[in-house]
Design a protein. Sequence first.
Length: 241
Amino acid sequence: MAASPASRLGMAVITLVMLTVLVGLGVWQLQRKQEKEALIATLHERLATAPVALPPPSAWAGLTAAHDEFRRVKVTARFDAGPDARVYTSGSALRPDVSGVGVWVFAPARLATGERIAVNRGFLPDGMTSPDAAAAAAPTDLVGYLRFPESPGWFTPAADVAKRLWFARDPAAMAQALNWGALAPFYIDLAAPLPASGLPKAGPLDVQLRDQHLQYAITWFGLAIVVAAAALVWFRSQRRA
């Protein structure tokens, strides 16, 4: 039995909406593929560049994640005495030598000019302990990568300040809770040196980002073809009816 004109119009609208959504998702995945490829290329370039001196405090306000994140830097600093902070992790897309559950150990370090920067001293496996940052309070030559804070999301657990445990890399929140004082607007992922105990484990970053956006785009475009073919068969059947 032939469908009514209203039913045929409704089917046409539904088909058009589905095709618009599916094709839009496919195009979005192709755009994400270009962005991911550009990001991977940028990371390869910045991670392979020789470390340069940390920009002076007068230039910090002009640093941005888009232009400066993952740049290799070197600086001489003295770790402050006082409590460090821990950030929960279950692995790292940029540290192939880090796997399993553990924490990143963050501590404030003071430059010769008096400013403080937060330093991610490295990975500490679950159940392991490391000396407090105060044990390395002498001025130390640090080599690492410029990183910028994370903003906690809707589903990020609240920090457990009593345990000094966070779930986002947010040095400003750590500084406020642990009385570290004012910090630079970035932090440093430490690559070297390693402490005498080997923990927390600092180390170089490596690009391990997966690029599967082409497969996702093909999936969405394929679903769009299926929907279009099904709609075409249905409308032909209506014409015959």
